[in-house]
Design a protein around this ligand. Structure first.
Ligand SMILES: Cc1cc2nc3c(=O)[nH]c(=O)nc-3n(C[C@H](O)[C@H](O)[C@H](O)COP(=O)(O)OP(=O)(O)OC[C@H]3O[C@@H](n4cnc5c(N)ncnc54)[C@H](O)[C@@H]3O)c2cc1C
Length: 291
């Protein structure tokens, strides 16, 4: 049986309390949210915190999906199940429900959180790809106040983020723009598994022409990857199979997959191409009311 090393444990009663504990205990302490990434790492001794600060009692404070005029604000403790079941979120950003349908299983989705997913910074993480696709930003709090960073600034490398030792991710903000839709496509080895490759797409139309498009890929680089080259190539074009193929080819060219037990780099590049095409096609079909 795998068991974590001995540790001290405390439940935070507020965000300030959690940050205060982090300040006092330094890098020997870790926050635990759903625990579905951290606890397996502790059992394998890949993480050996001396103190665990449990933030699950902060769900009342940080578990929310708030729709505003220009953005949706999602609290860091919002659980996968809540993201999956939110009609308001699916209405504006169907990509969230697409992704949640293929993340893990109900046991993981009942506990795992958006904040924990982004902070884990696993290159295969589906919600990071979703947030990258949508151009989300992350609100990080410390005892001095808050700062807001883009997804590109948030992920600094595999398993590394902009969140400092005495800081906490508290909110994710997703900008709302008119006449847009989105979709997520994933290929995994078996239901509920991590992605071999996945692709998110978001498209905005103006008079039948693509005014903007974004693609985010997971599992084909050191972090989930946004593809500015696709956005540049698609702006001003009419949606068509030719345009989806162009985007797919660019996605394959601009990603950097590694050969591993999930597949060869060539296979993953092919998936990046195909899944980008499919996600763009589905986003546009949704915009045209065909899905
Ligand atoms: C069997 C299994 C299958 C899975 N399949 C998938 C999958 O298909 N796709 C996928 O994307 N994910 C998958 N996951 C991961 C799952 O989505 C986790 O829920 C998620 O990665 C981490 O969320 P958590 O709330 O459990 O974080 P935790 O494990 O509690 O924390 C993860 C890290 O984030 C830090 N942290 C947590 N919250 C904060 C915060 N608010 N501020 C700062 N730091 C914070 C912790 O200190 C820790 O370092 C799977 C997990 C399991 C166990």
């Amino acid at each position: 049986m795998q068991v974590p090393a001995p540790l001290e444990y405390e439940r935070a009663t507020s965000v300030d309390h959690a940050i205060g504990l982090l300040e006092r205990l330094g890098d020997s302490a870790r926050l635990v949210a759903g625990g579905h990434s951290l606890l397996p790492m502790m059992k394998l001794r890949l993480a050996t915190p001396e103190y665990l600060i449990d933030i699950n009692d902060l769900h009342a404070q940080l578990g929310y999906i708030k729709v505003e005029q220009t953005q949706i604000r999602i609290g860091a403790m919002t659980r996968h199940r809540e993201l999956l079941e939110s009609e308001a979120l699916a209405d504006t950003f169907p990509i969230f429900r697409d992704a949640e349908r293929v993340i893990a299983d109900p046991v993981v989705r009942n506990r795992g959180t958006l904040g924990g997913s982004l902070c884990q910074a696993d290159p295969s993480e589906d919600l990071s790809a979703v947030c990258t696709t949508l151009g989300a930003s992350c609100v990080i709090r410390n005892s001095g106040g808050e700062r807001v960073v883009t997804m590109e600034e948030f992920h600094r490398g595999p398993y590394e983020t902009a969140v400092g030792d005495a800081e906490m991710l508290v909110e994710i903000r997703v900008p709302i723009r008119g006449n847009g839709s989105s979709a997520y496509e994933k290929v995994e080895r078996r239901a509920g598994d991590w992605a071999i490759v996945s692709a998110g797409a978001a498209v905005w139309l103006d008079g039948g022409v693509i005014s903007d498009a974004r693609v985010g890929l997971a599992a084909v680089g050191p972090n989930t990857t946004g593809l500015p080259a696709v956005s540049e190539a698609l702006r001003g074009r009419e949606p068509s199979e030719e345009v989806y193929q162009l985007a797919g080819d660019l996605a394959a060219r601009h990603c950097s997959p590694a050969t591993d037990t999930r597949g060869s780099a060539d296979y993953k590049r092919h998936l990046a191409m195909e899944l980008t095409r499919r996600a763009l096609r589905r986003s546009v079909a949704r915009l045209n009311g065909r899905v």
